[in-house]
Design a protein around this ligand. Structure first.
Ligand code: FES
Length: 148
């Protein structure tokens, strides 16, 4: 049986979450491997949330925020990008692999882009194989919820 990765997508409510909704409304096809966690802004994401998602069993994680310059909280997505880059380094050092984590930017109107991101991440993680730090359990999006 082929490996089916579990991917957590931390999606900003103003853009990526709306884009995912649009992708669904447009009936765009993309792999069902992504579990979306709604967050108020990617600036709310901290390094510990990202590491915790991997510790809890995610094979891949992405953060999707507003286009640069369009964050509703001014620079939340810029801070998120810095935290993602920093966390990639930690993941490389501990042997999980920084390629399992990515940051994307999109607008609420980019339903097609959301479908591409879900497909791209699924293919990437499928090629990388299971998270070596994975505990043997299925994860639920609620387990990695971020408090508002
Ligand atoms: Fe969307 Fe900040 S409000 S990334």
């Amino acid at each position: 049986m082929s490996f089916e990765p579990e991917i957590i997508g931390f999606c900003c409510q103003y853009c990526a979450f709306a884009a995912a909704d649009l992708a669904g409304a447009m009936r765009l096809q993309y792999p069902p491997n992504v579990k979306i966690v709604l967050i108020p802004c990617t600036g709310r994401i901290d390094i510990i949330h990202l590491l915790r998602a991997f510790e809890d069993g995610a094979d891949g994680v992405f953060v999707a925020g507003c286009l640069e310059g369009n964050c509703h909280f001014l620079e939340g997505n810029i801070w998120a990008k810095k935290r993602v880059i920093y966390t990639k380094g930690i993941l490389d050092e501990i042997g999980v692999g920084g390629d399992r984590l990515e940051m994307y930017n999109m607008s609420a109107a980019m339903g097609q882009r959301f479908a591409e991101v879900a497909t791209e991440m699924t293919e990437r993680i499928r090629a990388l194989g299971p998270n070596p730090a994975r505990k043997h359990k299925k994860i639920e999006a609620a387990e990695v919820a971020v408090e508002a």
